[in-house]
Every structure is written in structure tokens, then in C-alpha cells.
Design a protein around this ligand. Sequence first.
Ligand SMILES: C[S@@+](CC[C@H](N)C(=O)[O-])C[C@H]1O[C@@H](n2cnc3c(N)ncnc32)[C@H](O)[C@@H]1O
Length: 344
Amino acid sequence: MSTVHLPSDLQDALTERLQATAPSRASAQVERLIENYRGTTPTAAPILRDAADAAAYAAYRMPATYAAVRSALGAFREQAGEWTPVTHLDLGGGTGAATWAVADAWPGGAHRSTVLDWSPAALALGRDLARDAEEEAVRRAEWTRAPLGGAPALPVTDLVTVSYVLGELTAADRASLIDAAVAATRGALVVAEPGTPEGYRRVIEARDRLIAAGLTVLAPCPHDGACPVTGTDWCHFAARVPRTSLHRQVKGGTLPYEDEKFSYVAAARAAAVPGAPAAARVVRHPQIRKGQVLLDLCTRDDGLNRTTVTKRHGAAYRAARDTAWGDAFEAGDTPGGGEAPELP
Ligand SMILES: C[S@@+](CC[C@H](N)C(=O)[O-])C[C@H]1O[C@@H](n2cnc3c(N)ncnc32)[C@H](O)[C@@H]1O
């Protein structure tokens, strides 16, 4: 699992804007948000109704959703080579977590982000947080009120992010939003959801639509075939987010970090993004034993399997020791350069 540090300017902006209001006002709001986000019922009106709701969301959830999207983008970038978006659409972008993550993944301010959301309060806080950002792409992001139900008409763009949004939509709206996003994207699309069985199912639903529309999955999956995770299991990953003092105040708890579990899919148009998926991905915490590492892999050619890499395997063993849940694991990393070692 990777640790994702919030950009210091985002951390400062959150502290500066929310320190005074979040602890006392936000706790009641946070309770309501937790209730809402636990529910699976889509709402007919924004959950983030006013400035206090938006503040509570930003203090309580934004660091974690930022970490999830940043991790997904990191995995995508590893497979997508030098491809860089020029335009980015952040659907249901709220206070802008994915917009900050995209700017961090492709630093240097070359792209333009547009955040679409139906909550004026979330957009207003997002705009405010972005005002003094170091990344020009965050500072000059456009924040536009837009309902995304039905079949929204979206501008053509290079990259679309749909972060923690699908759970707030009906099944019909989820399908039409993904289809609209596919139609809008020239390059790539990244969907992230909570790492719960329901979140995973929504990601798989979206993945099926992306593949049916001709996109290629670049991460986390090593192939475009049916997901081998079945039954009561679900594919998810985790990002560790160091907690700030504001975060601790709002969320309670004493741990200096939180682990955000998330599911995601990142897919691209092969003609625009010259990438390829990894041969395999680590789908559980590697188990390190004396002289051996047990890796649970999702593989391109062999579905889910457990690979045991021992000290005898030299370079492959060192690579396995350095690998983490969520990392790509290339064929060359396995002992024998692609031959999965025999199970003990
Ligand atoms: C859980 S928040 C996620 C915000 C942000 N993407 C993130 O990752 O932190 C869900 C966002 O989707 C927006 N949303 C939900 N349903 C919507 C709809 N029908 N039209 C537009 N925005 C919607 C909400 O206003 C909210 O900002």
C-alpha cells in the first residue's frame, strides 16, 4: 500500500479555510454525511446542501478521495507512458479532490481542468481552496454547476475522472454518465469508488461499459477479459493518508494516518494513449516470510494466483520484497522471467 501525501498547499488551504469552522460545526454535518454516504439510495438533490456541508466533506473526506484518485492515476501513468492530458473533465468533482490529483500526477500546469457538479456549495469551496494553489492547472480550473443525471452533454476532453460519484446515482444514471463520459473522452477515463463490495460492483459495471465501447483497461486489470474476482470477494486497494491535526479533530481517532480503501478502473483509447496493461498486479498485501514472499497476483494469462518467490530466485525475490499491494508485477519480475514458480 502506498502512502499518499496531500500536497502541502492543499493541506494549508484546508486548514486555513476550515480550522475555524470545521470542528464544532462540522461534527453534526459529518454525522449527517456519514449517514448519507452509508446509504445506497441515490438522492434527488445535492447531499452537499450548504457551505457547512461542503466544509465537512472537504475536512472529512477530501484527503482520502484525493489519495485514492492519486493512487489510481499513478498506476495509470505507469502503464500509459508519456501520454499527458491537455484537457480534463472532473465529473461530480465536488470540492476538487480529483482535480488536485490530476495536477499532481501531471505537474507543470499544461492542462485545463473543468469541474462539473450540481452542488454550488461544493463548487464554491473547491474554487476557494484552489485559489492559491501552486499548480497553475488547479488555480485556473473552471468550476461549473451541472446536473449529471439523464444523459448529460459533455464537452470533448482528453481525460475524464469520475471519483466517488457513481454511488450517488441511480443505475440508469450511472450507465448514462459512463456512456456520456466515454463519448466525451479522446484519451482516458478513470473511475474510483469506495473499496466496498458495492463500490467494486459499480466499478465493474463501468468497466464493462468502457470495454464494450472499445476502450482498453490499463489499470488495475492486466486484461480486458472478465474479472476473475467472484463470489463474495471484491477487488480493492488501499492508500495510506497521513492525518493532519484538522483531520484528527474532525474525524476523532488517534492514529496518525488513515487507510482509504478504494476500487478503480482506468481505461484509454488505444489510438490516443500508447500504453499497455501490466502482466500482473498484486491484489493483496504481500506476505513476507523467512526467505520467501507470497504474492497474490491477478495475471493476464492465468487469472488469480498465488506465487511464492524465494531467496533462491535472486532478483525476483528482491523485486517481490519491494512490491506492495496494488503494484504492477511484470513477467520479468517473476523467477524464470514469466514462468510462475511452482506453489509450495
Ligand atoms: C462523494 S462526492 C465526491 C466528490 C469528489 N469527486 C471527490 O472525489 O471528493 C460526490 C459528488 O458528486 C456530486 N453529484 C452527485 N450526484 C450528482 C448529480 N446528479 N449531478 C451532479 N453532481 C452530482 C455531489 O454534489 C458531490 O460533489
